[in-house]
Design a protein around this ligand. Structure first.
Ligand code: PMP
Length: 422
């Protein structure tokens, strides 16, 4: 059980790791933005169900019926967690990347997509098969809204989609989602919210945020890997060709008069969920939604802000550290902080934190290369692995030299024990 105002119990919080300097310490996992550890409660729920699971929607047997019921109940739990409105659909996917690619595949012909260059690659790249307007990095939430308004103002008629991240996976800064959704709607556009980083930290409600769709990943929301969600308006989804063609998505298949095969697709979420679905993943994701709702975001946000203040104060005391920020001082931020350390290659810095202190952080470009270039004030055409530095791994900048094109990221959340942040 959770202590009032304390961290949610997660798996692996007591893992001991050896240090290069000898001895061992309790591992401090501070890479929640990549994947958060599963909640103990989610693990227990899955363990209780695991002996009984069966394939959904197909079998007449008891376990298949039970699994179907739990799968559909999980869909309703997620719908509630995400503030879905009447008529919205919840499609289970593999994760956020999958959800946004699904939506991209479902866009009506001729849709123009508007996306800020600051997005994670998962929300920046899936739209490339459409006409895309890339928007320059705004330096404040107000500038984000103004930039979008200006772009939409001059846009030709036709279907339009805006894709925006709710909280940056690099700076942790929270984007003005409702204002952007309102701006989109004023110009006849729709908005999809990438809530991969927002949902683990703040309530995300389609109804409250006035967004048309939301995408998220279970593995960042304290469930294990394997399940994600695209939730929102049904109209474009039910008119589109299924994202995956196959069993489960089709209601009726028959040889046609022309000798081919005629298919009648489902008009429910099943349309885009062909194949045997990840029923345990969906169940785990719903369990995490329930746990977060029951813990209450008010308490989780208050505690996280306290941890964030401590971390920022600690970093402010190290003159060599420069914290990366797009919106500047005072921006609303979740528990994600990236920084560079003067005189250090970030990869070395992160490796040293792990080897010498047992602290697990992330270094690199965080699958947001254009944003990192803006934040570090560097232009580079060098190819970079997603998440890996573009510089030679053993290069250390000399004093006064611009830092290598990579940064260190510390991220935490509802499951992080307080002492890990000190
Ligand atoms: N969007 C954002 C903002 C993210 O941080 C991530 C993961 N780092 C993704 C999308 C992609 O999520 P996934 O890898 O679970 O598909």
């Amino acid at each position: 059980a959770q202590e009032a105002g304390g961290p949610l119990p997660v798996l692996g919080r007591d893992v001991r790791v050896p240090l290069v300097t000898g001895g061992e310490v309790t591992y401090a996992a501070l890479d929640y933005a990549a994947s958060a550890p599963a909640l103990q409660r989610v693990w227990d729920d899955v363990a209780a169900y695991a002996p009984y699971y069966g394939s959904v929607h197909r079998g007449a047997g008891h376990l298949s019926q039970l699994s179907t019921e739990l799968f559909e109940r999980s869909r309703r739990t997620v719908a509630e967690f995400l503030g879905c409105r009447e008529g919205d659909q919840v499609v289970f996917t593999r994760a956020t990347t999958d959800s946004l690619n699904l939506l991209s595949a479902a866009l009506p012909q001729g849709t123009r997509v508007f996306v800020f260059e600051t997005e994670h690659h998962a929300s920046l790249l899936p739209w490339r098969t459409h006409d895309v307007t890339y928007l320059d990095a705004p330096r404040s939430p107000e500038a984000a809204v103004a930039t979008l308004e200006a772009a939409l103002h001059g846009a030709p008629a036709g279907p339009k989609l805006v894709c925006v991240t709710g909280a940056s996976n690099v700076t942790g800064e929270v984007w003005p989602v409702r204002e952007l959704a309102r701006a989109a709607h004023r110009h006849g556009a729709r908005l999809v919210l990438d809530a991969a980083q927002l949902a683990p930290h703040r309530p995300v409600s389609l109804a409250d945020l006035e967004a048309d769709w939301v995408a998220l990943s279970g593995h960042k929301l304290y469930a294990p890997f394997g399940a994600g969600v695209l939730a929102g308006r049904a109209d474009w989804l039910v008119r589109a060709e299924p994202y995956l063609a196959g069993g489960g998505a089709s209601r009726r298949v028959a040889r046609g008069a022309d000798g081919g095969v005629d298919v009648e697709w489902h008009t429910t979420a099943a349309r885009h969920e062909a194949g045997s679905p990840n029923v345990i993943g969906a169940y785990a994701l719903a369990s995490a939604c329930r746990a977060l709702t029951e813990a209450g975001f008010d308490g989780l946000v208050a505690r996280e802000e306290e941890l964030l203040a401590r971390l920022r104060a600690g970093l402010a005391g190290v003159p060599e550290v420069r914290v990366l920020s797009l919106f500047g001082e005072g921006a609303d931020q979740v528990g994600v902080v990236s920084f560079v350390v003067e005189g250090w290659n970030s990869s070395h810095f992160a490796a040293a934190l792990s080897a010498e202190y047992g602290i697990g952080v992330r270094d690199g470009l965080f699958c947001a290369h254009p944003l990192l270039r803006t934040l570090l004030g560097q232009q580079s055409d060098a190819p970079g692995e997603c998440g890996a530095p573009e510089t030679a791994p053993d290069s250390q900048p000399s004093p006064g030299e611009a830092p290598a094109l990579n940064a260190v990221r510390v991220s935490f959340g509802a499951g992080t024990p307080d002492e890990h942040v000190d």
